[in-house]
Design a protein around this ligand. Structure first.
Ligand SMILES: Nc1ncnc2c1ncn2[C@@H]1O[C@H](COP(=O)(O)OP(=O)(O)OP(=O)(O)O)[C@@H](O)[C@H]1O
Length: 622
């Protein structure tokens, strides 16, 4: 074996173009992040300088040049020639790492030692001129890196016109000039650096063309930490901040605070309905530098109705610095944040405030749909969302509190049908006929601690009192005649006495055939005479699906049952009772039922007019 092939301890060669390509295409989401990396180096350098000199100036200034270049100047700690040689010439070398822990030091944004390379996504040459703030004896240094992997380093004369700190100068790549243009630089500096605690400014041309000015893009204080005259002023400032930054006027906002993660911020409630699956897109700042505007693993999916802006000092970034690194700290933080949003939602939505009404009106459908797949949302929905009940609008938790179990109908028509009767008998029935609600109630029935079931014909039958035997006999013929009227309509007619008296009849739907079973049970249990009467009503054939229960306590019905069974007025009266009950149930009238109504009306009118005539004639006689 030759010596060459066995030689040990040789250094790897790095193909810089390959590394830059890797960064640009696979690590960072695009070239725009180069501004973030430069800002970050400036801020870190200021932090390092202030560790020695608390009162040191703190500014990062970006100056787009007429020749398409960009200069970024910071008042940070600077570099000595030796440091520049050590730190800038080696990919992955960083002054910000804790050598014992192998992690980035808490006070710095950078840690990986690759940030400066990102500038090669837009530049083919990076120049850094620097003077150390710490070592006053050290001369200034000029380092120039080229995208082909070479670099030059020169020590400048001690008295050269170089201020303490560093200036990075980028010469644009041929196809990347637009990334260094003034408008783009302002937009990117604002995007990434708006909350940085140092002064970040961009030199922009004045509109009248008379020169240039520095435009500050960073806010000295986090908007939610600022001091305001009162709560209203704070609300207004946060609303304006949300409009500016997230592009919508929030319905409400809530403060977020997780001291263990060094996290604070605000969750803004969206003003328009969004599908629950939509990504959450929270804006996350890490040590006040934008990590990402579309970070979605901050809150669980059920919190889709808020967008957050948060700043954290403890959570860690992934190497791309665009997402949060999933570790125990992030998981614990997510839990605390979810708890805060939930507590707010429960407190706000269970109040009757204007905010609560607006939030419910905007997001209730999405909450309901999410409740079908997420038990946490289901619990929230059961606790705070209003449902239509026979007792007015009420939460499911309240219904359970009052009744012990939740009875519901799964169709709006069913609810309308039974509501007056249930109400009169003090039964609370939930209308589960609206979109998602019956599935939601069925799912709730399987949750521990909940009893919920669909209202059956039997529940209503319980409150409909059968007629006294003598009364049943009294109206037997009329009942038979009435039964014959509705039979062709696939409907059965029975007489009961029930509250409220003003309801002449209700139409019960018995899709599961429960009624038929119930009648048969009653027939089997009754003595011969009454069993015979009832079985006449139930019939041997399978019972029709619908049942018109006429109310013998209602004065109109009683008058009708006083008529001769053969009198056409009886048949007409029964028809109109039937049609009224169909209408009360909220069902549309079919052509046949409309015709029935017309027939009934003309018979009743004729009878009425004939009665008038008789009366008139009698009066004339008198
Ligand atoms: N403006 C600056 N002033 C002083 N030192 C700088 C400056 N820019 C870069 N450096 C030095 O160069 C090193 C490498 O910088 P680079 O941006 O590549 O990585 P980093 O900031 O350490 O980490 P990251 O990859 O996470 O950004 C830094 O650790 C720092 O010591």
């Amino acid at each position: 074996m030759s010596e060459e092939t066995t030689a040990a301890g040789r250094a790897f060669q790095v193909d810089l173009r390959g590394v830059v390509d890797l960064l640009a295409r696979h690590l960072y989401s695009g070239p725009r992040v180069y501004v973030r990396e430069l800002l970050q180096n400036g801020v870190d350098a200021i932090t390092a300088r202030r560790a020695h000199d608390e009162g040191a100036p703190g500014s990062v200034r970006l100056r787009p040049g007429d020749d398409g270049s960009l200069e970024v100047t910071d008042t940070g700690i600077g570099l000595t020639p030796a440091q520049a040689e050590e730190l800038l010439a080696t990919v992955g070398r960083s002054s910000k790492r804790d050598l014992d822990l192998g992690l980035g030091r808490e006070e710095f944004l950078g840690q990986f030692g690759i940030g400066l390379l990102s500038a090669f996504m837009v530049a083919d040459q990076i120049e850094l001129v620097s003077r150390s703030a710490v070592d006053e004896q050290a001369p200034p240094v000029r380092w120039v890196g080229y995208s082909d992997g070479r670099y030059d380093l020169s020590v400048l004369p001690h008295d050269a016109d170089v201020a303490v700190g560093s200036t990075v100068r980028l010469r644009p790549r041929r196809d990347a000039e637009h990334w260094l243009g003034a408008d783009m630089v302002v937009a990117l500096a604002q995007e990434f650096g708006a909350l940085l605690p140092v002064e970040v400014s961009v030199e922009v041309p004045l509109p009248d063309g008379s020169g240039t000015a520095w435009r500050r893009v960073s806010e000295p204080v986090l908007p939610w930490r600022g001091e305001y005259a009162d709560e209203a002023a704070r609300d207004a400032a946060l609303t304006a901040y949300c409009e500016r930054t997230l592009g919508f006027t929030p319905l409400a906002h809530l403060d977020l605070d997780v001291p263990l993660a060094g996290l604070s911020g605000v969750a803004f409630v969206l003003p328009t309905a969004v599908p629950p699956g939509a990504a959450s897109r929270h804006r996350v700042y890490l040590k006040r530098m934008l990590l990402g505007a579309h970070v979605d693993d901050l809150l669980p999916e059920w919190a889709f109705f808020v967008r957050c802006v948060v700043d954290t000092t403890v959570l860690r970034p992934t190497a791309s610095r665009e997402q949060l690194y999933t570790d125990d700290a992030l998981l614990a933080t997510q839990e605390v944040l979810a708890g805060q949003v939930r507590a707010w939602a429960v407190a706000t939505l269970s109040s009757s405030s204007a905010v609560s009404r607006k939030v419910v009106a905007t997001h209730h459908l999405a909450l309901r749909s999410l409740a079908l797949v997420d038990d946490e949302v289901l619990d929230l929905v059961a606790q705070v969302l209003p449902f239509e009940t026979t007792d007015g609008a009420s939460t499911l938790a309240d219904v359970r509190g009052e009744e012990g179990e939740v009875l519901f109908t799964s169709r709006v028509e069913d609810f309308r049908r039974v509501a007056p009767v249930a109400r009169a008998h003090g039964m609370t029935v939930v209308n589960g006929g609206y979109v998602y609600d019956s599935e939601l109630l069925a799912r709730l029935a399987r949750r521990p601690g909940w009893r919920a079931r669909e209202l059956s014909a039997g529940d209503i039958a319980q409150v409909l009192t059968p007629l006294e035997p003598h009364r049943e006999l009294e109206v037997l013929d009329q009942l038979r005649a009435a039964q014959a009227v509705v039979q062709p309509l696939d409907c059965e007619l029975v007489a009961r006495s029930f509250e409220p008296q003003h309801v002449p009849a209700v139409l019960l739907q018995d899709r599961d055939g429960e009624y038929a079973r119930e009648v048969r049970q009653v027939v089997a249990a009754d003595d011969d005479l009454w069993g015979g009467v009832l079985s006449g009503l139930a019939g041997d054939a399978p019972a029709p699906a619908r049942r018109l229960v006429v109310n013998d306590a209602n004065p109109t019905v009683r008058r009708l049952f006083a008529a001769d069974p053969a009198d056409p007025v009886l048949a007409a009266g029964v028809r109109s009772l039937y049609v009224t009950a169909v209408l009360l149930a909220g069902e549309p009238l079919r052509a046949r039922e409309a015709a029935l109504m017309n027939d009934a009306m003309s018979v009743l009118l004729e009878a009425g007019l004939a009665g008038e005539q008789v009366r008139d004639e009698t009066q004339e006689d008198v």
